[in-house]
Design a binder for this molecule. Sequence first.
Ligand code: FES
Length: 249
Amino acid sequence: MKKLINAEILDNKCVAGDIYRLIVKADMDGKPGQFIQVRLPSNEFTLRRPFGIAALKDGQVTMFYRVVGHGTEYLTNVKVGTEINLLGALGNGFSLSEGKVLLVGGGLGLAPLIFAASELESVDVLIGGKNAEEANLWQSEFEPLVDKLFIATDDGSAGVHGFVTELLPDVLRTNKYDAILTCGPEIMMRRVAALAKESNISCQVSLEKRMGCGLGACLSCSIDTINGRRKICKDGPVFAAEEVFYAQN
Ligand code: FES
């Protein structure tokens, strides 16, 4: 059931570099991997923006966003107490399996994985961040929820110097997983999917694309898959890796 909700902003502040945490009061149902189409509170911005759900509990929804353009810049100045309109939760979400799960995320892609971690029994996370400041943010969010935490940063200021995909082969050699869930830059997810396949581990990827309606009507988010054209907003954003990355695997 898709719901339009007017949600009061409870917190909206910078938590690392150009990353902000937005907490709103909203009674919403949803599962990890689903997203919300957020309408900014100004007529200047007519298109909604898709935000991953990092937490959904006690009548509050937590989201993270990076300042990347005029709209998100505007959002940084929206005050606590303002109402914003949300459409959601949308999309299919992750299939959460039993057994040991590894989450692999890069940058803002880690946000929906926090929600996944909170619902999984046995879970580790591999965090990819630009630098120590971003890695520390994600570390503090995941630490209470996971067993083991592995970190890679682009500049080497925390954890292993490099991308998560350089650290992943070692993590897979020394630990045993039943499933991998990944969200982040597509190039990273393609590599994660390939390594998962080599190790015979099932892998789900959460795709991102500029969206119009978010409801399956405008086709702006269509992609080619082994099952024909699919819409990221409605058929996804979560897909089995082999369904969407077949050419590389
Ligand atoms: Fe309109 Fe997906 S955003 S069909």
